[in-house]
Design a binder for this molecule. Structure first.
Ligand code: SF4
Length: 151
């Protein structure tokens, strides 16, 4: 279970295990709205600009500026800057992240780096083994065919 916990550190996507019609759900950043050059619905709906949307670099710059311009208002940490190699969502907070339910035990190693070895193994199993087993099967059939002719 620890492996799953490491590979899905934020438990996203969510699986509806208990539903009769189970779906797998995650935020898609309102993809249909982005195609129409609109902001994500939650960003547009927030009148206090608690949520911002933009390139990671632009949003990181705004987050750093807010921390710098408002000493004491935020903890001096941008959650998501380094966690699991850097996330698509970043957060500022007045309270330490450990006190508001954020995982603070995460590695800075990107999740894909942890799965590379496994995915390489999958390719080996799916590509090399079937060819090898097919070769064995063909060799066996050829041998059986050859020995039938000699009897
Ligand atoms: S409203 Fe916000 S949280 Fe919901 S899908 Fe759109 S971007 Fe994601």
């Amino acid at each position: 279970m620890q492996v799953l916990h490491d590979l899905l550190p934020f438990e996203i996507p969510k699986f509806e295990y208990d539903s009769a019609n189970p779906r797998v759900k995650k935020c898609q950043l309102c993809y249909s709205r982005l195609k129409e050059n609109k902001l994500p619905a939650c960003v547009e709906a927030c009148p206090r600009e608690a949520l911002l949307f933009g390139t990671r670099r632009a949003v990181m710059d705004i987050a750093k500026e807010r921390i710098y311009q408002n000493p004491g208002k935020y903890v001096r940490q941008i959650y998501g800057e380094r966690e699991v190699g850097g996330t698509g969502w970043i957060y500022l907070s007045k309270a330490p992240f450990s006190e508001i339910g954020f995982r603070t035990d995460l590695s800075e190693i990107p999740v894909p780096d942890r799965t590379k070895g496994f995915l390489f193994g999958v390719a080996q199993v799916l590509l090399i083994w079937p060819v090898f087993l097919l070769g064995l099967s063909m060799a066996r059939k050829k041998k059986e065919g050859g020995s039938e002719g000699k009897e």
